[in-house]
Design a protein around this ligand. Structure first.
Ligand code: HDE
Length: 699
């Protein structure tokens, strides 16, 4: 009789879309504490001793097992992208893309595919803060019916280097300096700028990382990009190049540098908390997935190479077509089990999607699988529930550390003829539906002599950097120049600064001049370039400040309402309901969190205490204060700073008439963003960029 083989799905997964990973199924329904062997524990407070004051006994297996497990709780953190926050959700397709790809998740309009998405900073360790100036990782695992597809991208569409062999050098240069062990999570130091200056191909990326993109207000307000050119392959085997873009429903929002620095102190977990609270309150973060598709002929007509990850295809040249949306609607049950153990890999693709020859992408295909083995400690890491596909997994890979599968029978090789003897033969390869690599029009011609060489078409390092800089709004250009001044001012090696200024001269001499002036240095001549720098047409789609993705709406934002004893109860109620009607959160802040007595004599509890909730924590502020309340707070540094920072960070300020002395003390000058509370809800969603030049010196 044929034995039933257990080649089925792996533990912790199922077939249906968006199925939840089961919560620890092994717990005792009666709630008893046990050892890992299931032995009930009678006393979890005291070790086993020989007498009340006597020595501890080695036989105490309860103690030894507990401490042993604790000793091994940490695993190596990711060498890059160590600090991350993630959530479950789904991807919903708008219309079938069957004409360009046979990928199962893109076949049926309205189909939902479960996803797990992890956002991260790059340079800092797992315990570092959320708001350094840094690239944000944007990694999405799609649990499709034909296996897992990982789109492991960033919030910036280009990268520092063109070839994977430079990655360890790049990462070493940006991380804490080898001898001194600092700075943590910052590019503002010698070794990073030394490497960057010697690597002119990074200059386009440098423009992006010095722009406001790298100091986002929320993870819900970042874009995501697949970066590399990929391929879609349809059922007839036809290939189309594709680039992936995620656009946030709430639009793009950044912070002011001074604000980002202060958030780091006020709440190191600012982005993680924001994502958690949004999901827990049912305000589910959402992004639209868009694609740019093109063929070889289009690619050949571009003045740069689509295989070069330091280049974009501007949306004005090739529009982004929306194809679906991603909604994140469930926070993980357990941070370690899911967010920490999730293992993304750009090599995880499904039939209908394929790689391009981008040399950076090709290098990544090796690195991620390798790093997961180091991090998770076993070749069976794909069996961890968060990594397990939600479709059948059947093969003859066997054994290894922490093997969770219990295959039955003798078939652990292929081909075999065990079926002829009535035994289970195991799975067979599937030529018709299995993954086949796209052969490539030029696959044969593109092979040449074995050379360590960079294609000529990768030689232009500056034209797109210039295009990016010149496409920005003047306010963001000023932020970018000031960011460069800040970063280079932290560089002690003068020749490194000078080299950077010379490279910046190729982007724009006005930019290098501004930065040189900000540093108080002579501006050198532009450095030699490998290819002539071209004046490409500007791309307004690249703007964050006053760009198409900057929305004025209050939706998804938080308004901090400052109250004190005597605040007008009616005005507060009205304002709160207006703010909430606009889709925002009203956070009541008071000098004392427990109770504030309003004008109607009733006491209310605040959501936050003033000293613990500076205005950097909110997107706009409203001051609902009586004359007495204002007088009390005018002598309170936390209140003055609250208002001063909101004004300095270009936020909307609404106020009751009695607040004038506090506004004056904080140096607030009335402009279109400083309004009576009756008009506040209408303008509170905006930043007031025009205020900035009067407040701080920008380069
Ligand atoms: Fe990564 N990258 N990377 N990277 N990367 C890792 O894999 C690597 C690159 C990105 O939330 C590591 O599991 C190489 C580009 C994200 O878990 C590692 C090269 C882009 C994440 C690795 C690159 C990324 C990683 C470290 C140059 C944007 C976090 C831990 C060839 C398209 C995923 C890990 C998560 C993580 C290697 C360049 C995005 C070491 C060798 C370009 C979002 O394998």
């Amino acid at each position: 009789m044929a034995k039933k083989a257990h080649y089925e799905t792996q533990p912790g997964n199922g077939g249906e879309a968006h199925q939840q990973i089961p919560r620890d199924a092994s717990h005792d329904p009666e709630g008893h504490l046990t050892t890992s062997q299931g032995i009930r524990i009678s006393d979890n407070q005291n070790q086993l001793k020989a007498g009340a004051r006597g020595p501890v006994l080695l036989e105490d297996f309860v103690l030894r097992e507990k401490i042993f497990h604790f000793d091994h709780e940490r695993i190596p953190e990711r060498i890059v992208h160590a600090r991350g926050s993630a959530a479950h959700g789904y991807f919903e397709l708008y219309d079938s893309l069957a004409d360009i790809t046979r990928a199962d998740l893109f076949q049926r309009a309205g189909e939902k595919t479960p996803v797990f998405t992890r956002f991260s900073t790059v340079a800092g360790g797992a315990g570092s803060v959320d708001t350094p100036r840094d690239v944000r990782g944007f990694a999405v695992k799609f649990y499709t019916k034909e296996g897992n597809w990982d789109l492991v991208g960033n919030n910036i569409p280009v990268f520092f280097i063109q070839d994977a062999i430079k990655f360890p050098d790049l990462v070493h240069s940006v991380k804490m300096e080898a001898d001194r062990g600092y700075p943590q999570s910052a590019t503002a130091h010698d070794t990073f700028w030394d490497f960057i200056g010697l690597m002119p191909e990074s200059m386009h990326m440098v423009m992006w990382i010095m722009s406001d993109r790298t100091i986002p207000r929320s993870l819900r307000t970042i874009q995501g990009f697949g970066v590399h050119t990929f391929r879609f392959v349809n059922a007839r085997g036809k290939s189309t190049f594709v680039k992936f873009h995620w656009k946030p429903k709430l639009g793009l929002r950044s912070t002011i540098w001074d604000e980002a620095v202060k958030i780091a102190g006020a709440d190191p977990d600012f982005h993680r908390r924001d994502l958690f609270e949004a999901i827990e309150s049912g305000d589910f973060p959402e992004w639209e997935l868009g694609i740019q598709t093109f063929d070889e002929e289009f690619a050949d007509g571009l003045p740069y190479d689509v295989l070069d990850a330091t280049k974009i295809i501007p949306e004005e040249i090739l529009p982004v077509q929306p194809i679906g949306r991603m909604v994140l609607d469930r926070w993980p049950d357990n941070f370690f089990a899911e967010t920490e153990q999730v293992a993304y890999c750009p090599a995880n693709i499904v039939p209908g999607i394929d790689f391009s020859n981008d040399p950076l992408l090709q290098g990544r295909l090796f690195s991620y699988l390798d790093t997961q083995l180091k991090r998770l400690g076993s070749a069976n890491f794909h069996q961890i529930p968060i990594n397990a596909p939600k479709c059948p997994v059947m093969n003859f890979q066997r054994d290894g550390h922490m093997q969770m599968m219990q295959p039955q029978g003798r078939a652990n090789y292929e081909p075999n003829s065990l079926a002829e003897a009535g035994e289970e033969a195991g799975p067979r390869e599937c030529p018709a539906t299995g993954f086949t690599s796209f052969a490539g029009r030029n696959a044969a011609d593109e092979q040449g002599d074995k050379l360590r060489i960079r294609a000529e078409s990768f030689a232009d390092h500056y034209s797109q950097a210039r295009m990016f800089y010149r496409s920005l709004d003047p306010a963001e250009q000023a932020h970018l120049a000031s960011a460069l001044v800040f970063e280079l001012s932290k560089v002690d090696l003068e020749h490194v600064r000078t080299r950077m200024l010379a490279n910046l001269g190729n982007v724009d001499t006005a930019l290098s001049g501004r930065v040189a002036q900000g540093l108080g240095m002579e501006c050198p001549e532009p450095s030699a370039t490998a290819a002539p720098v071209q004046d490409l047409k500007q791309s307004p789609a690249l703007r964050l400040v006053r760009g198409a993705l900057e929305l004025d709406s209050l939706e998804g934002q938080t308004v901090g309402i400052l109250i004190a004893d005597g605040s007008d109860a009616g005005a507060l109620k009205k304002l709160k309901s207006e703010v909430e009607a606009a889709g925002a959160r009203a956070l009541i802040i008071a000098p004392k969190v427990g109770s504030t007595v309003l004008s109607d004599g009733k006491a209310i509890a605040a959501d936050a205490q003033l000293a613990g909730c500076p205005s950097v924590m909110v997107d706009a502020i409203a001051l609902v204060l009586s004359e007495d309340g204002t007088q009390a707070l005018t002598g309170e540094a936390a209140a003055v700073q609250f208002v001063m920072d909101a004004f300095g960070h270009l936020k909307a300020i609404g106020h009751t008439p009695a607040c004038k002395p506090l506004l004056d003390k904080a140096g607030v000058v009335t402009d279109e963003g400083v309004v009576p509370i009756e008009r506040f809800a209408g303008i509170a969603g905006k930043r007031f960029w025009d205020r900035e030049p009067s407040l701080r010196t920008l380069a």
